[in-house]
Write a protein that binds this ligand. Sequence first.
Ligand code: SAH
Ligand code: SF4
Ligand code: F3S
Length: 487
Amino acid sequence: MNTVTTTIPREEIRRQLDLCRDIARLLPRGAGQPAAFVDTYGCQQNEADSERLRGYLREMGFSFTASEEEADLILINTCAIRQHAEHRVLGNVGALVHTKRRRPGQIICLCGCAMQRPGMAEEIRRSYRHVDLVFGPHALWRFPQLLLQVLEGKKRVFSVEDSPGAIAEGIPMVRQDPLKAWVSVMYGCNNFCSYCIVPYVRGRERSRRPEDILSEVESLARAGCRDITLLGQNVNSYGKDLGLGVDFADLLERVNAVPGDFRIRFMTSHPKDAGEKLFQAMARCEKAAPHIHLPVQSGCDRVLSAMNRGYTREQYLEKVRRLRELIPHIVLTSDIIVGFPGETREEFLQTLSLVEEVEYDALFTFLFSPRPGTPAAALPDPVPPEEKQRNFQQLVDAQNRISAKKHGAYVGTVQQVLVDGTSDDPDHPLTGRTPGGRLVHLSGEAGLVGRLIPVTITGSSTWALFGDPAAAETIQHNHHDQEVSQV
Ligand code: SAH
Ligand code: SF4
Ligand code: F3S
């Protein structure tokens, strides 16, 4: 499975940047700066990709708008993970026929995972004739070249060739949030879980070189970023393809050593590869957030094996026990698929019992969605949708009860909260995150945004915590007694 990773030469990226300037000259300058509307579906990996696409767009001279009507260029970065995600995108793309009719020069571009899925580009070619450019994740680094082809040739361009994938460094970025940043550490996935489309659309696992990651983190830290999430489909495979003897736990330690006042998160850890070395590193690194997203998918060994997950229920539970031994207040979140083909009621109840046993802080629950070309899509699926829906609801209800209980336990404690935004709730005009990543609605002045402050938790719900900035005496008191709980 290991492939020699292709790196796009830096000169190639510089050439793309030159093409951006050619595009800037070609674009109509009538009513001032041209505007781009960028919409992103799917996971953080897609968000990170959109930051690069925006980087290119900025080099081409675009400003950014939140209105499709006002845009000279529309770019939609799509997701293929579930059928629902694709349907939403296609519905919105369909509606753009009207937008383009009112603004005939408008350029419509679709990119991302759903475009790379077999059959999709053909469907766009046939049924969505107002779309000008279609490209998959593998062609992202060539976006300027592809757009130039559209502009010069006045023709539709499709670039969705299959590929094991490459690494491209040096693409400019327009980041969305000065306080929080995504840093991709690797791309692709080799796991081929039987239900999942990602390995087919994002290619093989390939890691960025540690020095490239570290210099990105250093510049973020210097710019005042307070929260950095290291991204990959399975970060625990980091480095295997590099042959440098650096694995993810080593990378975490190196990122932790970068000077600055920031928290480190990472997503996603595959339970089969997350182990003692990583857990020890998390416990040791003071910047590592006490949080792990450890998707279990199912609590039943037969289903786990049919999913090709590579661990058993007992092995998973053992990892959770060890994590909690090392980091007692660790926040634990997970993903679960309900209704995998042939999942019986009895097998679902094993998932429910695992959820009750682990008591996750939060859970992302999904109904199985057959993805064309994956092995699970070809399995017989005799369970009626109503039964799947009933199981799904039962799981959601159970988790809501658990989340409410977990959040309730914070009431009366003081948490170190990174204030990261404002909201329109007059009683709690600020939002923030605990070290473990739980959402806090809090009172206080907008000037607190960007600061890490002690917050007294006064209330809780299923979804969030509520609090007030701790009074000076409390801070003092907590400081002396070391009571600022690190949950
Ligand atoms: N790489 C990550 C997951 C990325 S996809 C990991 O392995 O943990 C995010 C979640 O979507 C998965 O964890 C899974 O729960 C869900 N998912 C993926 N494919 C799905 C499908 N075909 N139907 C329903 N849910 C799916
Ligand atoms: Fe999909 Fe499995 Fe890879 Fe995650 S690890 S992206 S679920 S194939
Ligand atoms: Fe979707 Fe692609 Fe992410 S399929 S979940 S955007 S990797």
